[in-house]
Design a binder for this molecule. Structure first.
Ligand code: GUN
Length: 281
């Protein structure tokens, strides 16, 4: 049986530490979130981010834009928030309605307020190993490895999924810890072949039960970023948890694994942005 990596508990610890820091140092961080369109899942994510902000002592401002919003209007809101000295972090919730260019919008967010780490400047910093903002999900995953003393040095790590939000930055983070990293995606010829020697698997594709027990080796560490629904409507990941957990040394559950860590690291990034911006003033 494997050790369950308890993201819910670790996220709670991180939020508590941040709350204490905010109180002790008398900080007044503020996060501005832009929600454009009416994606149901995004509304839930934004509500959870708002709750976490309340808990930590981060001011939360929400900007709701209709689905018909024009690119220029979105960019001008970002400009306004870039210029608002009270705002420390700006988060544009993904996805946004079709027809809008999210990459252009991410690039417009000032790098010093880019708490998601999606601006090409921060993406570049991560690639060259300089301090910047690390995207929250990969950052949360790295905190889990740290907390559970999972050494990545020289390990074979396979990331399934190549999104800009999770797959690519996670691969970069693993590389920075000296893992040998493979990225698999929808065009990968033989996923089973790629996974069979993996010491660490990070699954982030959004395909329910894609990773099965016969694809992984004994003792593998499994991080499941998937957020899918099963036939009963229950939340489940990209990994067949029941079976894979019998072979894994460590595994994250869904829910209660990576999800809460993403939000905790967002809180971390907002507090960091606030401190860095105040130093500069
Ligand atoms: N949509 C899904 N995950 C994320 C995230 O980490 N940040 C933003 N902005 N949108 C998301």
């Amino acid at each position: 049986m494997s050790v369950l990596i308890n993201g819910k508990e670790l996220a709670k610890e991180i939020r508590l530490e941040l709350k204490e820091k905010v109180e002790k140092e008398n900080l007044s961080p503020m996060l501005a979130v832009i929600l454009c369109g009416d994606d149901a899942a995004s509304k839930v994510y934004v509500r959870n981010k708002s709750k976490a902000c309340d808990e930590v002592g981060i001011k939360f401002k929400e900007y709701l834009l209709p689905s018909e919003t024009k690119q220029e209007e979105l960019l001008s809101l970002i400009d306004k928030l870039n210029n608002d000295s009270e705002v420390d972090g700006i988060l544009l919730q993904s996805p946004i309605p079709k027809g809008l260019n999210i990459e252009e919008a991410f690039a417009r967010i000032s790098p010093e307020k880019d708490v998601d780490g999606f601006n090409p400047y921060n993406v570049g910093k991560l690639v060259i190993g300089e301090d910047g903002f690390i995207p929250c999900t990969p950052y949360g995953i790295m905190k889990m490895f740290e907390k559970y003393n999972i050494d990545l040095h020289g390990k074979k790590a396979v990331v399934i999924g190549r999104s800009n939000i999770v797959g690519k930055p996670t691969a970069q983070c693993l590389l920075s810890k000296n893992a040998t990293v493979t990225i698999c995606h929808s065009k990968t010829k033989d996923l089973k072949e790629e996974l069979k020697e993996a010491d660490v698997i990070v699954a982030a594709v959004g395909v329910r039960a894609l990773v099965k027990a016969d694809m992984v080796k004994d003792g593998v560490v499994v991080i499941d970023v998937g957020m899918n629904r099963n036939d009963e409507g229950k939340l489940c990941g990209d990994v067949d948890f029941e079976e894979v957990s019998k072979k894994a040394s460590y595994i994250t559950p869904v829910p209660g694994g990576v999800g809460p860590m993403t939000i905790a690291m967002l809180m971390n990034n907002v507090v960091k942005a606030h401190i860095q911006r105040n130093h500069k003033r």
